[in-house]
Design a binder for this molecule. Structure first.
Ligand code: SF4
Ligand code: SF4
Length: 451
């Protein structure tokens, strides 16, 4: 695509030359439109990757505040990155949309309602204690859902939030950090496990299963002092400085471990976070004091399934259960990890089923399902419909956002299919306890049969 940034512009903002180069790489072929969920649903070129690249180019070239229309089309992007998988020219859309979101945050004044809801999410989600408290408060408001839905400007988004609150808020895990979990037997590896922020509140069993599984196979697991949210949630709302502050804390904490007893990997059980941490190197490329450290961290970062693939897992049980595997966008498009998780599930005895339209987002996308509930709801319905056609025993995924989104879809569809994390299934198959969602589903089924 032709660009017309002035030399002065390119020199005044260190992010601009990289974005200009990304725009220039786009040859306008439109292949990406075929796999873009928003284009699929809305049919508007401006809600396609190609259309958005054009809007972003104009916005950045103008150097002015964008119009409400431009912001609307950019806000509707899920950052699912399906377009990056499809693009034959290697356009790095992720870096471009991240820049666009930051530019909007810096140059556009959103409505009071929009600002309030974004501020609320940024102040709660990255902090487990606040988030847990917010979930408890939200439960008190659930009976007033209809009333809240009628609130002007924010009603739909408030109810979208309430709908994602789990029916039972799990107790805090006894396996929280900071702490080191020694390997059983001889230590063969040493890793950091990112505890995460929203995930351990919504489902602490994921990290527990990971720790059990890794230590059983000889890996020492460190939950270091000082780490926190990876920064993805705030980055998706254009808050670059807040995202960098989170990243700096993590980089410092993990470098201290790497330079102490050493690290084989930094493992992440939420693929959305993994995509962001693997990009720390790029996030700090213009920062002389953190560029090298951030690149080291990105090189050490792995999705937990990448590490598990290196272990000789011994299956003990799984009963050949049919698992519909939902590949999160951040897993398959963000990290390009497509076959590994399915291979692992197959290795330990599950029958893995591919979901039709597996490349299309489920609508979760960080906080997208709260900020854009209408589009997210349509994508969720479509995903749940495709999953249910397979008649699976279980759905597995490697991202808590997708798990929550799909589980909500099953509630709406009155379908009793448990949704679990891939690592919970692998832990169970190799000697760990049954995942609680699966146990609950089995109990419910038994009581229906008996009743
Ligand atoms: S990131 Fe996803 S929603 Fe956004 S333009 Fe690309 S394919 Fe479309
Ligand atoms: S597929 Fe790639 S090169 Fe073609 S229009 Fe989309 S982003 Fe541009």
């Amino acid at each position: 695509m032709q660009i017309s940034f002035t030399t002065e512009q390119l020199g005044s903002d260190p992010r601009l030359p990289a974005s200009a180069e990304i725009v220039r790489t786009c040859v306008h072929c439109g292949f990406c439109t075929a796999t873009c969920p928003t284009y699929l649903l809305l049919g508007d070129e401006l809600d396609s990757p190609r259309g958005r690249i054009y809007l972003i180019k104009n916005m950045l070239e103008s150097g002015k505040a964008p119009s409400a229309g431009v912001v609307r089309h950019i806000d509707r992007c899920l950052s699912c990155l399906a377009c990056m998988t499809t693009c034959p020219s290697g356009v790095h859309y992720m870096h471009l949309i991240d820049h666009a979101r930051a530019y909007i945050e810096e140059n556009y004044k959103r409505s009071i309602a929009d600002r309030a809801i974004r501020m609320f999410l940024c102040a709660l989600l990255p902090y487990p204690r606040r988030f847990r408290l917010a979930l408890r408060v939200a439960k008190l408001f659930q009976p007033f859902r209809r009333l809240l839905n009628a609130l002007p400007f924010v009603g739909g988004r408030v109810t979208a939030m309430l709908d994602l609150v789990p029916s039972d808020i799990p107790a805090r895990s006894g396996m929280r950090g900071p702490r080191v979990f020694a390997s059983e037997g001889r230590r063969k590896g040493r890793v950091v496990l990112l505890s995460g922020c929203a995930q351990p509140v919504l489902n602490p069993m994921i990290n527990e299963a990971t720790i059990r599984l890794l230590t059983r196979y000889g890996t020492e697991v460190v939950l270091p002092v000082g780490e926190g949210c990876c920064g993805a949630l705030v980055a998706h709302m254009g808050r670059v400085e807040a995202a960098r502050a989170f990243a700096v804390r993590n980089i410092d904490a993990w470098i201290a471990e790497a330079e102490g007893e050493g690290l084989d990997a930094i493992l992440i059980t939420a693929s959305g976070c993994g995509t962001t941490i693997k990009d720390y190197g790029s996030m700090f490329r213009n920062d002389p004091s953190y560029a090298e450290k951030a690149s080291r961290i990105s090189a050490l970062a792995k999705d937990v399934t990448e590490y598990l693939e290196t272990l000789d897992l011994i299956p003990l049980r799984s009963g050949g259960l049919k698992v519909a595997y939902h590949s999160a966008c951040s897993m398959q498009h963000g990290q390009q990890l497509k076959e590994g998780p399915k291979r692992l599930l197959g290795r330990v005895g599950y029958k893995v089923l591919d979901v039709a339209e597996g490349h299309i987002c489920c609508g979760s996308a960080g906080v997208y399902n709260i900020l854009q509930p209408e589009i997210a709801g349509r994508l969720r319905e479509r995903k749940v419909g495709n999953v249910l056609k397979l008649k699976p025993d279980i759905v597995a995924s490697g991202n808590i956002g997708c798990m929550t989104q799909i589980a909500k879809g099953f509630v709406d569809a009155d379908a009793a299919v448990p949704v679990v994390h891939t690592v919970e299934l692998i832990d169970w198959a190799t000697g760990g306890p049954i995942p609680s969602a699966l146990e609950q589903a089995q109990t419910d089924r038994a009581s229906i049969t008996v009743g």
